[in-house]
Design a protein around this ligand. Structure first.
Ligand SMILES: [Zn+2]
Length: 416
């Protein structure tokens, strides 16, 4: 015999939404469907106590009812929800007359926390324009949501002690403007972004962001030799070892090779250029991996003793430095290399040697700590892609917010 549908619960959409929104002192009275939205009407539930919008304390007295406000929410199937409610003003024993607390949104937000978080999550993957299109919001709303999420995240992120950091610069608008970024190289996470790359601009990282107490745990600080940051380290984290890292040194070395190659190519006639076509890999490959034909071409080039060849040899010889484990040997190798580079009659290499001379101690630290800013390279590429996908942010403020949002692993606001 068939049982009547006892125990089966029919859930009204109003009840479903009330539960989904986690309402306790409020309830959903009606859901109205228009052609663009589902409008969810919310009312106060009986005489349940409302909370103060500032301190969230329960308040006995309701002072007045304000005019209806609307909050954009997530979509249900095709239609976006819109919550509609007439906020109360409550008399808080602590704060005085305030607008009540909304469990679904921040005090001044025009979207619910659930929607804001969904937008913020997508904005980590897409451009702000793309995110706006996806949620049918305008660009400005997305910018506001991301900046609020970042402000929340910065205030609530975990801050374990930091031991190894990398300081680097990234350019905005094709090298017109620079920002300084600081990474925790152990956790591979962005710590701080500063507007500009001067000593003055980076000082707040040590004084405000870190503070004297957290500065004391710093052991190794990786940076580029060009950077103006060394003085700051000496002043605020004197115990930390400065390391001019492999990634940046190799970059300068490659720049020197490239400069030699370019100036040679300008100098050579069309006919003379022929043997150099596709010679780059010939010179970079390990000699034992070359075919007979390639070996022959190589020896011809070598006999010519062209500046390009000398540049490549110097570069390859320098790279041995990274394999020494004893500081003494590494130092000897470097010394020998610098002497031969100075005799090379290659101006870019002499420039490179002068740079090394000024920073020997920080370069030799490599044998002790073997930390590399390699993680920095990955992060910098990520920042570049953030900048590209948004056609370069017009203001530093927006760009900085986007960098924090994508690289600092910030927590998102809690949905109640
Ligand atoms: Zn209060």
């Amino acid at each position: 015999m068939l049982q009547p549908a006892e125990g089966r619960i029919e859930v009204l959409i109003e009840t479903f939404l009330r539960k989904q929104l986690g309402l306790k002192a409020h309830t959903v009275t009606k859901v109205e469907e228009t052609d663009r939205f589902m409008i969810v009407h919310i009312e106060r539930l009986g005489r349940r106590l409302l909370r103060c919008g500032v301190c969230r304390q329960r308040c006995r007295k309701v002072h007045s009812v304000r005019k209806a406000r609307e909050w954009r929410d997530l979509s249900m199937r095709k239609l976006p929800l819109k919550l509609r409610y007439r906020p109360r003003r409550v008399l808080c024993p602590r704060c005085g007359l305030r607008v009540e607390d909304f469990p679904w949104a921040d005090p001044w937000a025009r979207v619910t926390t659930a929607l804001a978080n969904a937008v913020a999550r997508l904005a980590r993957e897409l451009s702000w324009q793309g995110t706006a299109r996806q949620y049918e919001l305008n660009w400005k709303s997305v910018a506001t949501i991301v900046k609020r999420a970042v402000a929340y995240g910065l205030a609530h992120r975990v801050r374990p002690p930091v031991h190894v950091i990398g300081i680097d610069e990234v350019s905005r608008r094709k090298g017109q403007v620079y920002l300084t970024v600081v990474y925790d190289l152990e956790r591979r996470v962005l710590l701080w972004v500063g507007d500009n790359r001067t000593e003055e601009a980076v000082k707040p990282f040590f004084t405000t962001e870190m503070g004297a107490r957290r500065c004391r745990t710093l052991r190794v600080i990786c940076m580029d030799m060009w950077a103006a940051y060394a003085n700051l380290v000496k002043k605020y984290a004197p115990q930390a070892q400065i390391l001019f890292d492999r990634f940046h040194i190799v970059k300068h070395l490659n720049d020197a090779v490239e400069e030699v190659r370019r100036s040679e190519m300008r100098r050579l006639s069309q006919k003379e250029k022929v043997p150099f076509k596709r010679s780059r890999w010939l010179l970079l490959k390990n000699p034992w991996n070359l075919s007979d034909d390639q070996k022959e071409r190589l020896s011809t080039l070598v006999q010519w003793n062209m500046p390009i060849v000398r540049a490549y040899y110097l570069k390859e010889a320098f790279q041995l430095f990274w394999f020494y484990r004893q500081p003494k040997r590494a130092g000897d190798h470097l010394e020998k290399w610098m002497r031969s580079a100075m005799r090379s009659r290659l101006e870019p290499f002499k420039k490179f040697v002068r740079m090394l001379r000024g920073h020997l101690e920080g370069i030799l630290s490599w044998t002790k700590s073997r930390v590399s800013n390699g993680a920095v390279e990955g992060m910098n590429n990520k920042i570049k892609s953030i900048s590209h996908r948004s056609f370069g942010f017009r203001t530093a403020e927006n760009f900085i917010a986007a960098i924090y949002h994508c690289c600092a692993r910030l927590p998102l606001p809690v949905e109640r």
